[in-house]
Write a protein that binds this ligand. Structure first.
Ligand SMILES: Nc1ncnc2c1ncn2[C@@H]1O[C@H](COP(=O)(O)OP(=O)(O)OP(=O)(O)O)[C@@H](O)[C@H]1O
Ligand SMILES: [Mg+2]
Length: 336
């Protein structure tokens, strides 16, 4: 059984007179020891999905699902007491833009210690100090830096310290929302390496959100691509996110998104953007939500919502596109 199991999750925000369904009927699993990536353009609902799992959505957001389970805990019915026991110790989150989330007037080590003290009142002072040093060591920061203030840390160090904080109470699931955004390429690579090593060594389940497909392709075991509140493609990360894989991405959105990133060996002229913009989620179109921007749309695409269907026999790779054959023995690839 998967550690995190989500079935048919929807989240609706109220925005004036409108209802915005930011997440619309999503299925997603994350298992122990596995890094799962969630990709998609800005506004497609990635953070909303993460906040729904962590039960941190703003008041007024409506959640519905057939199932949202973390191990034996039903996240749909958990009460406040259960939530307090769950957060940090079983599920923790590195928030989008979190590296700026440290209190500027408190040493970094003291902030990590406070997180431990709040959630594990049973642990003594000396043990907490040892744990803080151990956590900083795990993310490659010398224990002596615990007394430093956040402004004495570089951006990459702050992000690593945030990851250390998320690990403070030995969670089973860590959700990292854009953990490498705003970092330079070298620092980004170090953070990715760190996340991968922690997931393997600590046998964590990790859900990593990023709009950067290159990042997710390198880091993740499995990946899902969201568009306008829905998952449009899902499978092993190398199948979904790399051009060189045997199957490769099947959904035109994933293909066009991937084309927005420079490919090794290709000239700068090959980089392109996706013309148009995602639909207004308060008034989403019928049929496939990518239809208006799709280079290979068929007449039925505007009318019928495509279901997630197998892309190739013998794999878990699925895509929601009318171009993908429903015949599981044949992978009908969309023309590039
Ligand atoms: N508190 C809120 N109230 C109303 N609408 C919201 C709220 N938060 C998000 N939304 C809307 O929900 C949709 C999804 O937003 P979300 O932040 O989940 O996207 P995202 O994929 O994380 O984007 P980004 O990559 O920019 O972080 C957007 O249309 C956004 O405007
Ligand atoms: Mg976000």
């Amino acid at each position: 059984m998967n550690l995190l199991e989500i079935r048919n999750l929807s989240v609706t925000y109220r925005s004036g007179a409108d209802e915005v369904r930011a997440v619309d009927g999503i299925d997603l699993d994350v298992d122990t020891g596995e890094v799962v990536g969630l990709a998609g353009e800005s506004g497609c609902g990635k953070s909303t999905l993460a906040l729904a799992v962590a039960q941190l959505l703003p008041r007024g957001a409506q959640v519905s699902a057939d199932r949202m389970q973390l191990g034996a805990t039903d996240l749909l019915t958990v009460d406040d007491h259960g939530l307090r026991r769950l957060r940090w110790s079983r599920l923790s989150m590195v928030f989008q833009g979190a590296m700026n989330g440290f209190n500027p007037v408190m040493p970094v080590g003291a902030q990590i210690a406070e997180a431990i003290r709040t959630h594990r009142p049973d642990i003594g002072k000396r043990e907490i100090r040892t744990r803080v040093a151990e956590l900083l060591g795990e993310v490659g920061i010398a224990a002596g830096r615990a007394a430093d203030y956040p402004h004495q840390f570089s951006g990459g160090m702050k992000q690593r310290a945030m990851i250390a904080m998320a690990l403070a109470c030995d969670p089973e699931l860590v959700i990292a929302d854009e953990p490498t955004t705003a970092l330079d390429v070298m620092t980004q690579a170090q953070i990715l390496e760190l996340i991968r090593r922690l997931a393997d060594e600590l046998d964590l389940a990790m859900l990593v959100i990023s709009h950067d497909l290159m990042v997710l392709g390198e880091l993740c075991d499995r990946a899902a691509v969201m568009y306008a509140g829905r998952i449009v493609e899902r499978g092993q990360a190398d199948e979904v996110l790399t051009h060189t894989a045997v199957t490769g991405p099947a959904h035109p959105y994933t293909r066009q998104l991937l084309a927005c990133f420079p490919q090794p060996g290709a000239g700068a002229a090959s980089i392109s953007g996706i013309p148009g913009s995602p639909p207004d989620l308060a008034h989403p179109p019928d049929g496939c939500r990518f239809c208006a921007r799709c280079e290979v749309a068929l007449p039925e695409c505007a009318a019928e919502v495509p279901a997630l269907r197998p892309v190739a026999a013998g794999t878990t790779h699925v895509a929601a596109c009318h171009r993908v054959a429903s015949d599981t023995t044949l992978a009908l690839k969309v023309a590039r």
